[in-house]
Design a protein around this ligand. Sequence first.
Ligand code: PEP
Ligand code: MG
Length: 569
Amino acid sequence: MTERRFEGIGATPTLGVGTAVWYRPTDVTDLEEPPVDGVDPVAERERFDAAQADARAELEAERESTRERVGEDEAAVFDAHLKFLEDPQIESGVEEALEEGLPAPHAVKEAFAGPIEQFAGMDGMMAERADDLRDIRDRLLRLLTGTERTDLGSLPDGSVVLAELLTPSDTAQLDPDSITGIATMEGGRTAHAAIIARSLGIPAVVGVGDELDAVDDGTDVVVDGEDGVVIADPDAATRERAAESTQTAVVEESVATADGRSVEIAANLGTPAEAGPAVDRGADGVGLFRTEFLFQDRAAAPDEDEQYAAYHEVCEAFAAGVAGDGEPRIVVRTLDVGGDKPIDYLGLDPDENGFLGARGIRLSLDEHADLFETQLRALLRVAATDAGAGLAVMFPLVSTVEELEAALEQVESVADDLDDEGVDYAIPELGVMVETPASTYLADAFAERVDFLSIGTNDLTQYIQSAQRDLDRMSEYQDPLAPAVLRAIDRTVTAGHAGDAWVGMCGEMAGDPDLTELLVGLGLDELSMSAVTIPDVKTAIREVDTEAAAELADAMLAADTLAEVRQRL
Ligand code: PEP
Ligand code: MG
């Protein structure tokens, strides 16, 4: 049988092989016509109240089990669901529909329809909130109609779960020891279900479309989360590639090139729960902790103590799990919102806070200076602990020296306050992300003022190439191998080193083992990536000869077109 390929979006960049099992929950929105002579609104109200109470109990139980199995931050999605469950707008919609004489299930369906449509019409992550609302609506409908729930926690070993869409509650039930992959027709990379799948380390491809329906139960399937493709009836070569990819041995110790140049290989984290799995994958430390996940899907920002606990938890996981002299380096990036990273309660505006608007450090130095101060207080306190000795703090989206100086002054001012209060603190290593064209021209000035630079190739590529990073239509421009981007990286590394700063990279480019030789040749001291790719990159580093890598980099820098770069690679 020839293999069939279904393109989607890779959500967990790893491969899995298994047997397809369709998850088709009963469509609880398919309700019978309501009785023509109406229903008793009082009795229906009681039915709704009972279902709402049961839903609350279920959500609280799921939040607890997710917190234990996956992590505190992934569990926060259930807090958001609890909030939606009691949303006044939805509750008054239910009330109105009940007063019109509709039975409780119909009233629920009607009350959710408007808000779901509203979110679904928005862009990016906001659109994905529509899935959260559907999840709550369907939970209420299931309870109201007495429909049985499919148990996803006890699927046979080696199952690849196929579904139209998985909700966060569905995904959190999956056992990563027995589920070898997930493929869904709908959903995006940043949907909650995708984030939970990543944290559980389950290979996942989402947004495949209706074509996925052609894969029957029991079919052999490869889920290739690296390339974002589901392969049904894989041929021998595909199976072999999948088997090899899942077998790259973990390299626990830090690595050097064949001729002895050390390169730090660190992990990008979104939540503290990812620290343990990153240590297990051989991460030397953390090169980018994206703290915005701590702030998302909740009603208000985490306070100083909650943040302290989260940063300390990451430091402790690495201090306990990684051998070597001194504490592993944990680079925490201060809040980077705006652009593609919305946070509901901050009231960000898609235009004003878009990719070319007030985002990243710009917000931290202006209307969200209070959040910045709280975050710095938590970080400076962690830096004073034993586990936090390797903590480093990095500022996102800096494009002027004035911004950097203002951020550094804020660190000093927070230190003075802690000092006055008699609270233990330490000033950590400080660094800046280089992810705007301006910052590549100012890298020398930055390097004089901080300890390190970290190149964010995701944003750098979008800005250098003037092509928005989340627009599919612009994908041919979004290649970090584009000559202009390579030259920007080269000038950043050279300027950073001249100013005695170490230079790392934490954009997606850093995790591609096919580019490891080039990145060593460009002189990067540290590469930080999604934990799943660490074994491949560590293995690749050991094969690099620094001199040959420098020659390769020179040849690629001399190329004027992307095609030439690719050819030389
Ligand atoms: C980047 O822009 O490359 C980066 C690492 O930051 P983020 O993807 O979080 O914007
Ligand atoms: Mg960025």
